[in-house]
Design a protein around this ligand. Structure first.
Ligand code: SF4
Length: 324
């Protein structure tokens, strides 16, 4: 590991605009530093600055950026009103990691593309302009939607997929002041600059995640992976669905591990509303989701897997739900 300076922030103002790399739980950053994929000159530890409250905000909830994933998943309000978030968090990592990982840090975790992580293969994300070894290489875990010629990596997390389905927002404080970013816009597609995973500006700090009023109905998170625990998703689907009078009245969906960001498509949500649930409808939803899907060889199976996972989630979310 490369030598670095370490300091502890005393207040949020120490972190905002700081040129140092921020560290909270360190559950991803320390791995990357040991592999010398991340080689910061200076780390600023933001654990002393607070941001650990979970508090009601109107009908919604404001979750501080330094709340641990474990505490968020176990919070009574989250479990009662946003169970999708709780389930997605508990589907990820291990209890030890969830105890350390922070909400803000979870959003900033980096791809687990093996060529990015190995520290020496051509990788436009790690070393802009060097190429992309995953194209023509081993790409079983890679994107089927939203990829570019520069990068086909996926965003690997679970929590952000649930937050995208729930239409959460991310609150930040930067050198130019505070702003609130829709979760669906927080992560970005790679385009010709895959080095940037999200829209945070230099010196900007995540301070909280805001959940809007809960969606009545059913909330599901289905994660399909190679083994039952401690594995990243091959495909995941987050859904909040309400059925009334035999018709879908509300539909919020997001998809994980199929793109460089938690993938959302409002066309699907709009198309489902007002319709009676049926296998044919779920098939049309999958057609829309996957109309521009493209496999890279080893990950071609994800196209069919995403179709079947979406259909299964929609069937479970609408089964026997005639008016909840
Ligand atoms: Fe790097 Fe992206 Fe290519 Fe992986 S897919 S090697 S992260 S450029």
């Amino acid at each position: 590991m490369k030598a670095f300076d370490y300091t502890r922030a005393g207040a949020l103002s120490d972190a905002v605009g700081s040129p140092a790399m921020l560290i909270a739980g360190g559950t991803n950053l320390l791995d990357l530093m040991k592999l010398e994929v991340a080689t910061p000159d200076a780390l600023l530890d933001i654990n002393p600055i607070g941001l650990r409250d979970i508090a009601p905000e109107g009908a919604g909830l404001r979750i501080g950026a330094l709340v641990s994933n474990a505490d968020c998943a176990a919070h009574p309000r989250v479990r009662a009103d946003w169970p999708l978030l709780s389930r997605a968090i508990l589907a990820g990592a291990s209890p030890q990691l969830r105890n350390k990982a922070s909400m803000g840090g979870n959003l900033c975790q980096r791809t687990r593309c093996g060529y990015f992580m190995d520290g020496h293969s051509p990788c436009n994300k790690r070393e802009p302009g060097s190429g992309c070894a995953a194209q023509g290489g081993i790409n079983r875990n890679h994107a089927i939607l939203g990829a570019s010629d520069a990068c086909i990596a996926t965003y690997p997390g679970d929590m952000a997929v649930a937050l995208a389905a729930l239409r959460a927002t991310v609150e930040t404080e930067g050198p130019d002041g505070a702003r609130e970013i829709a979760m669906r816009d927080f992560h970005r597609v790679p385009g010709d600059d895959p080095s940037r995973d999200n829209v945070l500006k230099p010196g900007e700090v995540i301070t909280a995640i805001r959940l809007p009023a809960p969606v009545a109905g059913r909330q599901l998170y289905r994660k399909v992976r190679d083994r039952a625990s401690y594995a990243f998703a091959l495909v995941s689907v987050a859904a909040a669905i309400r059925v009334s009078g035999g018709q879908i009245e509300a539909a919020q969906l997001a998809f994980g591990s199929i793109a460089h960001k938690p993938w959302t498509d409002e066309r699907i949500e709009k198309m489902l509303i007002g319709q009676a649930p049926s296998p044919a409808l779920f098939d049309r939803a999958a057609d829309l989701l996957l109309e521009e899907a493209r496999g890279q060889g080893h990950n071609d199976f994800k196209i069919l897997l995403a179709r079947r996972t979406l259909a299964a989630v929609l069937a479970e979310a609408t089964q026997d739900a005639t008016g909840e």
